[in-house]
Design a protein around this ligand. Structure first.
Ligand code: PHE
Length: 503
């Protein structure tokens, strides 16, 4: 690969190959959301027609934000806090807030969900969920309590799964960018693609699968007139591309100078969307098979999120003739690979931030953070964990994510004078961006985000989220954002170990 190294800071790590970077960035983007959220949204919002709002959301918001983050990290050669500090010294805290609410928020429960998948990988071997997977999951496995105020006991299988997940996270990030993250993604991502293809191929041979797939894809363009379809398309595009978390900023900071940033962003988005689309074939093929076997209509069987992976899929697996255990193993391994490549990206985003600012050694930072991540995850591995997960997720992956993206547009589009980001990303790109990019960053994306925030806010004001008591929503959900914000402000005020070289 062509590269000019002399301008590099000697101590900054670098990807060995461009494909390594692309797989790592796609690894972060492709996560549980691709498998259990996208297909459901498509089904709900016009089937094949949903691709129209989704692609528009990608082109007008998701990909521009990805280019913004890639460009910022690449130009500043730093993690999110360092990049923002170099762009505008008053905004370093924003970089800290992003990596903090993701490391000490999203990844805590995200890892617990991967831990559930690890447990279910084992359960697949014996179909341990028995005749009633719903009762098995909520009662026996989670020991779900009446609400977030009843913590219940710590579930030992989940705790064990969590140990495994954090060991893998730790091992991948401990060895650094090239030896750890790049290497892991070069193994996990191709395996993920392969498993997904096996899953889809297998599903298509099942009776009734095509009826399910037909329902998933049947376009209903009339649905596109509904605002919620567009709102869901945009919010899925943001979450799915892992923007607003500081991850893509740090991943791009390890790229050599001569990199085609614009093309890379399109490639990552394309891989992410392709996986989501293909996952939909597997999911709806399986639901179609269940429809045939049980005689129930699809509307009764369809599920998303946790219900899809841990109730509907186990039900379907039990119905399969022959190698049903193997089918379960393939499905849960797919989820695990999708999840781990995302969770390790968050660990790296925070690790790099601490290394940039305080110059602590990587191995120490990763080890401390992995232990903290494991300990912090324990609350989500209790009987009350599911309600906690739900509340924290609602606060962080809606308000946190949207606010972070909004502020990032404000800083880059309006406040960081002389950043010339568009010129920077165009420098080595095969297709240059026009002025429209600035219009998107300064006006269009902020406007879209304000609509998303307004929509969430009015909904939440009208009725408390998922019927939880207000006190729980405020104390657990909102305060999680506030506490991470205070922590970010505090860290941002600490001095840099070495003065920053402003770009
Ligand atoms: N993009 C991932 C998904 O679609 C989610 C994710 C969240 C990734 C947080 C990294 C960090 O599931």
């Amino acid at each position: 690969m062509a590269q000019t190294t002399p301008v590099m800071e000697p101590h900054r790590a670098q990807w060995k190959t461009r494909i390594g970077f692309l797989l790592a960035a796609a690894g972060s983007a492709v996560g549980l959301g691709n498998i259990w959220r996208f297909p459901y949204l498509a089904y709900q919002h016009g089937g094949g027609a949903f691709l129209v709002p989704y692609v528009i959301a990608l082109l007008t918001a998701g990909i521009p934000l990805l280019i913004l983050e890639f460009g910022l990290g690449h130009k500043m050669r730093g993690s999110a806090p360092m990049s923002f500090a170099k762009a505008n010294p008053h905004w370093e805290w924003l970089g800290w807030w992003m990596v903090t609410f993701v490391m000490f928020g999203i990844v805590l429960y995200y890892s617990v969900v991967i831990a559930w998948c690890v447990c279910y990988l084992g359960y697949s071997l014996t179909l341990a969920w028995g005749p009633d997977p719903n009762a098995f999951f909520f009662q026996q496995f989670l020991g779900a309590t009446a609400g977030p105020h009843v913590i219940g006991d710590i579930r030992s299988p989940i705790l064990l799964g969590l140990v495994i997940v954090w060991l893998v996270n730790w091992a991948c990030v401990f060895f650094g960018v090239e030896e750890g993250i790049e290497r892991a993604n070069k193994v996990f991502m191709p395996l993920l693609f392969l498993l997904l293809l096996i899953l889809v191929g297998w599903t298509m041979t099942l009776p009734g699968a095509w009826d399910g797939i037909g329902t998933y894809l049947k376009p209903d363009f009339a649905k596109l007139a509904k605002p919620t379809v567009w709102i869901d398309a945009y919010s899925q595009a943001f979450f799915s591309l892992s923007v607003g978390f500081g991850i893509m900023i740090v991943y791009a900071s390890y790229l050599p100078r001569h990199t085609d940033i614009n093309r890379s962003a399109f490639q990552v988005a394309a891989m992410d969307t392709l996986v989501a689309f293909i996952a939909g074939l597997a999911v709806f093929g399986t639901l179609g098979y269940m429809m045939t076997k049980t005689g129930k209509p699809l509307t009764e069987l369809v599920q998303h999120g946790i219900g899809l992976a841990f109730v509907a899929y186990p039900q379907a697996i039990s119905l399969l003739p022959g190698l049903s255990s193997v089918f379960g193993v393939v499905f849960f391994l797919t989820l695990i690979f999708a999840g781990i490549t995302s969770s390790m990206s968050i660990l790296e985003a925070f690790t790099a931030a601490v290394m940039d600012k305080f110059h602590y050694p990587r191995k120490v930072v990763v080890t401390v953070l992995s232990i903290a991540g494991f300990l912090g995850g324990i609350i989500f591995a209790t009987g009350g964990g599911l309600s906690w997960l739900d509340l924290v997720d609602h606060a962080l992956s809606h308000y946190g994510l949207f606010l972070a993206c909004l502020l990032q547009c404000l800083v880059v589009g309006w406040l960081a004078k002389g950043l010339h980001l568009r010129e920077h990303v165009n420098e080595h790109s095969s297709f240059p961006l026009g002025r429209g990019f600035e219009v998107l960053v300064r006006f269009v994306i902020p406007a879209v985000i304000l609509v998303l925030l307004g929509n969430d806010f009015t909904k939440d004001m009208r009725e408390p989220y998922s019927g939880y008591p207000w006190l729980a929503i405020i104390l657990i959900g909102r305060d999680w954002l506030v506490v991470t914000l205070i922590a970010a402000l505090f860290v941002a005020m600490r001095p840099w170990r070495k003065p920053l070289d402003r770009q």
